[in-house]
Design a protein. Sequence first.
Length: 186
Amino acid sequence: MDFAKIKAIETEYNGYRFRSRLEARWAIFFDSAKICYEYELEGYEMDGGIRYLPDFYLTGYKLHVEIKPDLETLTFKELEKIDRFAMCPDNKVLLICGTPTNQKMYVLDGSFCVGECAYEYDGEEVWTEHGLLEAYKRNALPEKEVRFAKTLDGRQLTIVYQSSWELQDISYALLEAKKARFEFQR
């Protein structure tokens, strides 16, 4: 089977037509956790004609969100686009890799960008896209890992940087996203 030709199933939920069920599951998570979002709110064009349309915008966080199935299949071109967008003033992107039950989350904020990985990478003399991608995943992403957690007073959700706080306060949102079933749509 050629996995490059597998197409995501568009899914309707809450008045939106999501490009994939994975995005719809994250919408259920956001709704269950009472995180306000807009879906594909606005597209952007950056220098060089590069266009980018973030999946979500979390209004309470002033944060764009990009959803990917997993970190292993994230391509250099996808990461470069997200990274370049995050380097624009006032832009932060929450990169979520995986489902709401096995997610890895990173906030990309323009610091330690893909281009800087060339200086960190010592595996090859010629910087290949694959080499830079691997260097970025190894060096930059661990510094950017975050979790959703309740604030200490328990009144609101927050994004916690490099924390081991448990996600028990939002386990109901993870459960709601996990148990969601969608009708097959053509």
